[in-house]
Design a protein around this ligand. Structure first.
Ligand code: SF4
Length: 254
């Protein structure tokens, strides 16, 4: 029988007390994440920067302002989503997260994900995309393509900070957030249609018997095939959109 979800406040308390990796020594405070605790969309960035470390909240400052504009393109606002990072403490000088830091810190993200139980996980940039999809395929190839990790729909997008340094990424970001909005509306329409079918079971049965047979995997048409590699650097395993053992669905470690 699955364990009950850990309340977000309990996970937050564990993060605030965490000293599992050396990043604890340089932080002003931990950055747990913020937003709707029952969000349909979980946004996962990389790690706190200077402003986030000072304010204790992810995506503040220029990148945060830009993220708010992008969420509006998808028909969302900050209060609709939950925003978290792969790492909860700031790496010095905003350097890239190290593999050992990711390994030590991501149990918190796993538990946040289980508790929030979003429909979509939007991964911003290479680190969160590679961790959640367990892939070595980069964000340049994966952005804007719908993927799956266990029961979660995963939608990789460039990190908004990338557009602050490289203006050519701005259009790609806006297009991808527009696609995210479209995916949310399509999912709403499918849920409404399923609910209508439930209230008219005879019609649903007739529709299903009249429907053409769909080959397994056809629903994933249009998603990109990626090559997943185990977090421990094991042999790559070819997958089509859905890693065999998604990182975000691994057994709980807290
Ligand atoms: S980065 Fe994560 S694992 Fe390292 S001290 Fe902070 S909360 Fe703990």
């Amino acid at each position: 029988m699955p364990k009950p979800h850990i309340p977000l406040e309990q996970i937050r308390a564990e993060v605030e007390a965490c000293r599992k990796c050396p990043l604890a020594d340089g932080r002003t405070q931990t950055v747990f994440g913020v937003g709707n605790p029952a969000a349909r969309v979980l946004i996962v960035g990389e790690a706190p920067g200077k402003n986030e470390d000072l304010q204790g909240e992810p995506f503040v400052g220029a990148a945060g302002k830009f993220l708010n504009e992008l969420l509006a393109v998808a028909g969302l606002c900050r209060e609709d989503v939950f925003i978290a990072n792969v790492l909860k403490c700031r790496p010095p000088g905003n350097r890239d997260p190290r593999p050992e830091e990711i390994e030590l810190c991501t149990p918190y993200l796993r538990e946040q994900t289980r508790t929030i139980d979003p429909e979509f996980i939007v991964t911003l940039g290479n680190f969160s995309t590679k961790f959640i999809l367990k892939t070595e395929v980069g964000i340049t190839r994966l952005h804007g393509t719908l993927q799956k990790a266990g029961r979660f729909k995963v939608f990789p997008i460039f990190h908004p900070a990338a557009a602050l340094y490289d203006g050519s990424k701005r259009e790609a970001l806006e297009n991808d957030f527009a696609t995210l909005g479209q995916l949310l509306r399509e999912s709403d329409a499918a849920a409404l249609s399923a609910a209508a079918d439930e209230t008219a079971p005879g019609a649903a049965a007739a529709a299903s018997s009249a429907a053409p047979a769909v080959a397994p995997g056809a629903a994933a048409a249009g998603t990109l095939s990626v090559t997943a590699t185990s977090a421990a650097g094991g042999a790559p395993s070819a997958v089509a959109g859905e890693p065999a053992e998604p990182a975000i669905d691994q057994p709980r470690l807290l």
